[in-house]
Design a protein around this ligand. Structure first.
Ligand code: SF4
Length: 378
């Protein structure tokens, strides 16, 4: 089983908080980029080792910015070299202002069965302040358009801790999200990434950071409200109605191999990580010369251990210490169980079925600290 990720690095404008790799040069480079991704798929499809591809994910950037003929060409090109016949979950990320009834019907016809939409907030002044191009109303209309087109697996992204947000206004955004009955909600705490406009605004005092305690309160509110609405909290930042966990993202957490295509995309085959350059021209030129653009990094055992612990503890399934011992040996297992003991005593971790270590509700609030303590730290 494997997944394929395609990075679409184009945005219509830059949001103030974002440090993802994307450019505003779609009109100049869109076509060449799509041809480069198709060529890269041809060069690298053997990395899938014949595994059936179960999930296809187009992320960005803003994939919904890609003109439909280019999306069609991309899919046809991928389909020529990768067997997409076993794909069960095909997700496209979208911004609400791109999601029209026409777009929704067209992507549905292309096989998309899940749309992940960056809504971020239902407060228009906040959306404007962070440079989003849509209103709360447009997010509601977008969800309706998707449903009308028959796309009934919809995910909404939200951000808490945004400047100007209060616990009460955040709770209203969560309420509005729940009222739309999306199958999936992802919610992330705002981070101030160096180099972004938001970072500079904070440095100059134009923007005031929401205090950490208030952010924690927002997260608590989110967890309680979504649980009451029937959402399963299956990963620290991810919530889903039963049966609607994101299969693609779950495969990252389960260490399922995936092939990442496009500039800035990452791949993992179980042992080696590959990274494509976060530079559009370099990516296109390298692929055009007939070579893959990725750099390789063979992971050391402790890096794989750290990843297992970090990703596992973020999920509701936790970390299987028996499997950890099998895969990484006695010394790693002793380190893990010794450090975990302390957090069990403090009520941050609990053990299910003798071997599965899972964060408690209190532990989730302290997840960064708990996870840090359990890492190998080579
Ligand atoms: S948040 Fe999304 S839409 Fe905004 S700049 Fe980043 S990738 Fe583009």
């Amino acid at each position: 089983m494997a997944g394929v990720y395609v990075h679409i690095p184009f945005c219509a404008s830059r949001c103030s908080y974002c440090d993802f790799f994307s450019t505003l040069k779609l009109p100049q480079t869109g076509e060449a980029y799509v041809e480069a991704v198709v060529a890269e798929a041809r060069l690298r499809c053997a990395e899938l080792r014949g595994e059936a591809v179960r999930t296809l994910y187009m992320g960005g950037g803003t994939p919904s910015q890609l003109p439909l003929p280019l999306l069609e060409r991309l899919l046809a090109g991928l389909g020529e070299v990768i067997d997409l016949g076993s794909v069960e979950e095909f997700t496209v990320e979208a911004n609400p202002d791109d999601v029209t009834p026409q777009w929704s019907a067209a992507v549905k016809a292309l096989g998309v069965n899940r749309v992940s939409m960056g809504v971020q907030s239902f407060e228009d002044p906040i959306l404007r302040a962070i440079g989003r191009r849509h209103t709360a109303r447009q997010a509601v209309e977008a969800v309706n358009a998707l449903r009308q087109a028959g796309i009934d697996n919809i995910s909404i992204d939200l951000i808490y801790g945004l400047p100007g947000q209060t616990v009460a206004s955040w709770a209203r955004s969560v309420e509005e999200a729940i009222a739309l009955e999306p199958q999936h909600i992802s919610a992330y705490g705002l981070t101030y990434e160096e180099g972004t406009r938001l970072w500079r605004q904070r440095e100059s005092g134009e923007v005031v950071e929401v205090p950490e305690e208030q952010c924690l309160e927002m997260y608590r509110t989110l967890v309680e409200m979504l649980a009451a609405a029937g959402y399963e909290h299956y990963e620290i930042s991810n919530f889903a109605l039963p049966g609607y966990h994101s299969r693609h993202n779950s495969s990252y957490w389960d260490e399922t191999p995936y092939l990442g295509l496009g500039s800035a995309a990452h791949s993992y085959d179980g042992a080696v990580r590959r990274y494509n350059p976060a530079d559009l021209q370099e990516y296109i030129a390298t692929i055009a010369s007939g070579k893959p653009a990725c750099q390789e990094e063979m992971m050391q055992w402790w890096e794989r251990y750290d990843e297992r612990v970090m990703l596992g503890l973020r999920t509701a399934r936790g970390v299987d210490a028996g499997k950890l011992r099998c895969d990484f040996g006695d010394e790693a297992w002793r380190h893990f169980t010794r450090e975990a003991e302390r957090h069990i005593n403090q009520g941050n971790l609990h053990v299910v079925g003798g071997n599965r270590y899972i964060l408690t509700a209190d532990g989730i609030m302290l997840s960064d600290t708990v996870i840090r303590d359990l890492l190998w730290d080579e």
